[in-house]
Write a protein that binds this ligand. Structure first.
Ligand SMILES: [Zn+2]
Length: 68
């Protein structure tokens, strides 16, 4: 069996369809896969930092444990 499993495939961050790992343009929605992935990563990082900042602020205020 050499069939690709889902985690070996890429994912188009624009339409959330599986694509071949080296695909540059999504065959489903035509998006630039790399650009869409970078945008997704940027938003994800921003959300992660915002959550960390919020947790730090809450910890500073003694509302949550810093290790939660
Ligand atoms: Zn797509």
């Amino acid at each position: 069996m050499s069939a690709l499993r889902p985690h070996q495939l890429g994912l188009c961050r624009a339409c959330h369809q599986f694509i071949k790992p080296l695909e540059r343009e999504c065959p489903h929605c035509g998006a630039n896969v790399l650009r869409a992935a970078l945008d997704y990563q940027e938003r994800h990082d921003m959300a992660t930092r915002a959550a960390q900042d919020l947790n730090a602020l809450l910890a500073e205020l003694g509302l949550v444990s810093p290790h939660s």
